[in-house]
Write a protein that binds this ligand. Structure first.
Ligand code: NAD
Length: 271
């Protein structure tokens, strides 16, 4: 194995670590030697994920804490530091979305989405970097964004998209702020990912579900939605020494979705 991918001795935090992408990312980082702390608000999902990690002998610990709550976040970082030391890696991944017509959406819902999907990213980044900078240590931060942060997707996703656009810009700004402290900051933009949450959403669309999948696939040149492991391997690369010269990048992991114009034609048209 290329030792630059080895994470032995590293401590990682994955928010929303009991969800689809969070679980896959946690598993991959732990398989490469990291100790991983997952934060989530779904205790049943935390217990299920921890049982699976334990069966694989992976070093993963769960914390039931709300990423959008500042006091809870500071408390989590203090406790994590006391129990496990200073974290080397942070993956901001937890989020909450909404499917709601903009003209009928209450302010409280807009605020809930922004608090969980971008404010939490700042809070975790602040607590993570503060400790690294004080200890004069380097670190790696990856923000899970979405293609919705760069192009409009409709279907009542406007608050989620606004948060993800903010995550992209937050990534670039933090990369500049912390470059000379040795903290690299990058983001990943997935297209649709085959997670339990994504499948539940398709199911909730009832009869429109199949048409929705076909519509999504038409926009993805590689012809399939992503698997959680596709996102996890990009995270692994970005938190490892193999990407030592990369910071401030917002990387699509989307099968070509973002570069494909809706009016474009796939394949060798001229032959
Ligand atoms: P998921 O719903 O499976 O997991 C999200 C996890 O976050 C859940 O376990 C949930 O309990 C947790 N969570 C929610 N609110 C929280 C809070 N306040 N505090 C702590 N934990 C909280 O979602 P997923 O599909 O794995 O998505 C993960 C990331 O990937 C998100 O940032 C999402 O925007 C991004 N993404 C997903 C897709 C997709 O199609 N699944 C596409 C593009 C981007």
């Amino acid at each position: 194995m290329d030792s630059r991918f080895d994470l032995t001795g590293k401590l990682a935090i994955v928010t929303g670590g009991a969800g689809g992408i969070g679980t896959a990312t946690t598993r991959l980082l732990a398989r490469h030697g990291a100790t991983v702390l997952i934060t989530d608000v779904n205790q049943i999902a935390i217990d299920t994920a921890l049982a699976a990690f334990e069966a694989e002998n992976l070093k993963v610990f769960g914390f039931n804490t709300d990423v959008s709550d500042e006091i809870a976040t500071v408390k989590f970082f203090d406790e994590a530091e006391k129990l496990h030391g200073t974290a080397d890696i942070l993956v901001n991944n937890a989020y909450q979305g909404i499917h709601s017509p903009p003209h009928l959406t209450p302010l409280s819902e807009w605020e809930r989405v922004l608090k969980t999907s971008i404010t939490s990213y700042f809070l975790y980044a602040r607590e993570f970097s503060k400790r690294l900078i004080a200890a004069k240590r380097t670190g790696q931060l990856v923000n899970i964004s979405s293609i919705a942060g760069s192009s409009g997707i409709g279907r009542g996703n406007f608050a989620y998209s606004a948060a993800k656009g903010g995550v992209n810009q937050l990534t670039r700004e933090l990369a500049i702020e912390w470059a000379r402290s040795g903290i690299r900051v990058n983001a990943i933009q997935p297209c649709s990912v085959n997670t339990p949450g994504w499948r539940k959403w398709i199911e909730s669309e009832g009869e429109r579900g199949q048409a929705l999948i076909e519509n999504l696939l038409r926009g993805i040149p590689l012809g399939r939605v992503a698997e959680p492991e596709d996102i996890a391997s990009a995270v692994h690369f970005l938190v490892s020494d193999a990407s030592a010269m990369i910071t401030g990048v917002v990387l699509p992991v989307d099968g070509g979705n973002l570069v494909f114009n809706a009016g474009g034609t796939l394949g060798n048209y001229s032959s």
